[in-house]
Ligand binder design. Structure first.
Ligand code: DON
Length: 575
């Protein structure tokens, strides 16, 4: 009897183990939209990514370890934006309070020229800056990961192995991922001459397994050789060969000379909180600082949440900040960005001088201020129990970037060159215009709007926040912080709240559905042109509890609430 029982249990355990090993990673975890955690949490665009990062925290990794593991996992399970062939920014705070900004943005290849996207009539050909080989900037993601790793503590193998396993064994795609892959099938076929993992003969369906053996091989090289496994040797050769095949201009010297750069974070105070965000070459942090600085004197908390009055003031601040973006912001290594002047309190007050509480200001009369001189990205929020905070926005730019998959290496390349101003005044994919500050130059980083952000209170962790969404990124982060600080909204409410966006040009306010009846009409009466849009951003938030005293009078360690955006498959995981 005993023998039968133990044999049964042996079989039972073996079957379980087998199911676990084939099912553990292939079974799509269900997204968790929000939760409260004591020790650490990860929020990102995929339930796989959140689970892998949170497992790293549970195994004793810190927020940097978890962020790296999540970013690598997203390169596999979220190919529309997660990447090793793109770039991004990290804003972080170490447990001992050191603030960091890491720039792993793509840069223009050395063969790039100012007019490379103009046709023979001098017209900008945006198809070339947005699709295919010529749209690709030199990838920075892998250099970024290894710079972040300096603050991590677990062996790198532990951080990358889950991603390799997902690429090798495959993972089950969600319904929205299936839809997206089907939508881009023709593009994948057009820009790639060999079969790619993202294309199959019959349409993708929810639950299908996406297996990426070539990507797994590339990740193995990165695991064994570090950044050299990407920027030199086999992977680098494959990138250059891919470029030459399709008329791209990235060469080995571009890969040899790519470096992630530590920057000084943008920091400013807002109603007693300290906001920390990303400086140029992103416009995100400066725009955020400008918008918050412009609305600070208006006591927005006394106006109704998302009332026409409040939306009006915030929109006017957005409009003015974006007019400055077009004129004054670019890669600080190539263009002197007048950051302290743009953030000067008197200057910001003067920007709102023409504000009329009853009327929209037409963008035609808003110019960049006079300074007296003198469609995919993804966000990861991580916090651990020691107080390390990591906020990363990373991107290929458009969905699946250039749609070029490096032959033999299995990863997608970005189409980030479109973030440059191809020609003064010609809008890019996000409708953003620019001039000299953001003109193409060899080796220069293209201006971004990405805005990974932290908020501190009395130097202690308060919020980790960020979102994708092109130019809507800084306005969504702006509104999220205002919703939480000024209106006392919870992370769940703030991420779900309808967002609005104005970027100076075009002179239109984009609004999601969900505003109270009458708000849109009031705004129209003030002179706003309104365009209703679907899904602005995917805002991820971690908010720290305010510290409480325990019954014995000891300060309790703060827990954290996390919320993943409900607009996508985004998910939180923690413990
Ligand atoms: O850096 C930027 O501002 C853009 N490349 C971001 C693109 C983006 O957010 C697309 N996502 N929805």
């Amino acid at each position: 009897m005993l023998k039968i029982k133990s044999t049964f249990f042996l079989y039972f355990s073996l079957i379980n183990l087998f199911c676990l090993s084939i099912g553990l990673l292939s079974a799509q975890p269900r997204p968790v939209k929000n939760g409260h955690y004591k020790n650490g949490v990860v929020v990102c665009a995929s339930a796989y990514g959140a689970r892998i990062g949170a497992d790293i925290l549970r195994q004793g990794g810190n927020a940097y370890d978890a962020a790296i593991a999540t970013q690598l996992a997203l390169a596999v399970v979220y190919p529309q934006a997660g990447n090793i062939g793109g770039g991004g920014f990290m804003v972080a705070r170490t447990a001992d309070g050191k603030l960091q900004a890491l720039d792993f943005r793509e840069r223009a290849p050395f063969l790039a020229t100012k007019n490379m996207y103009l046709d023979s009539n001098g017209q900008a050909d945006l198809h070339k800056s947005q699709d295919g080989h010529l749209s690709v900037g030199v990838p920075g993601a892998v250099a970024g990961i290894f710079s972040m790793y300096k603050n991590a503590r677990l062996p790198f193998k532990k951080l990358i192995d889950p991603a390799i396993e997902l690429a090798e064994k495959g993972f089950k795609i969600t319904e929205s991922e299936a839809r997206l892959l089907n939508r881009f099938k023709k593009d994948f076929q057009r820009y790639n001459d060999a079969p790619v993992a993202f294309v199959k003969a019959t349409p993708w369906q929810s639950g299908d397994l996406l297996v990426q053996p070539e990507l797994a091989a590339t990740l193995n090289l990165i695991r064994d050789k570090g950044a050299a496994g990407f920027y030199t040797g086999r992977t680098a050769k494959l990138i250059v060969a891919e470029m030459q095949r399709g008329g791209g201009i990235i060469r080995q010297q571009d890969l040899n000379r790519y470096q992630a750069i530590p920057r000084t974070p943008v920091q400013f105070a807002y109603h007693g909180y300290q906001v920390v965000s990303f400086p140029p070459p992103s416009s995100g942090g400066l725009l955020l600082a400008q918008m918050m600085g412009m609305i600070q004197p208006f006591n927005i908390d006394t106006m109704g949440f998302l009332s026409a009055k409040a939306v009006h003031i915030m929109t006017e601040a957005e409009r003015r900040a974006f007019a400055d973006r077009a004129e004054y912001m670019g890669d600080p290594d190539y263009f002197q960005v007048p950051d302290s002047l743009l953030l000067n309190k008197t200057y910001l007050k003067s920007r709102m001088a023409g504000f009329d509480p009853t009327k929209a200001t037409p963008s035609t009369i808003v110019k960049a201020g006079q300074l007296y001189e003198h469609k995919e990205t993804t966000h990861i929020c991580v916090a651990d129990k020691e107080g390390n905070l990591v906020s990363i926005t990373t991107t290929l730019n458009g969905n699946f970037g250039s749609r070029v998959v490096v032959k033999g290496a299995g990863f997608l390349l970005n189409d980030e060159m479109d973030d440059f101003s191809a020609k003064p005044g010609v809008p890019n994919m996000f409708g953003a215009v620019g001039g000299i500050a953001n003109a193409i130059e060899p080796g220069k980083r293209m201006l971004s709007s990405m805005c990974p952000t932290l908020v501190l209170k009395n130097n202690a962790p308060y919020m980790v926040v960020g979102t994708p969404g092109g130019t809507t990124i800084p306005t969504s982060v702006f509104q999220t912080i205002v919703d939480i600080i000024d209106y006392g909204k919870t992370p769940k409410e703030a991420t779900a709240a309808p967002k609005f966006h104005h970027q100076w040009l075009p002179d239109t306010t984009m609004m999601e559905d969900g505003f109270a009846p009458g708000v849109t009409d009031s705004l129209k009466q003030m002179g706003y042109a309104i365009k209703t849009v679907n899904g602005i951003g995917r805002t991820e938030i971690i908010l720290f509890d305010q510290q409480k005293m325990s019954k014995t009078g000891v300060k309790e360690r703060a827990g954290m609430q996390a919320a993943a955006d409900t607009r996508g498959d985004d998910s939180v995981d923690g413990y």
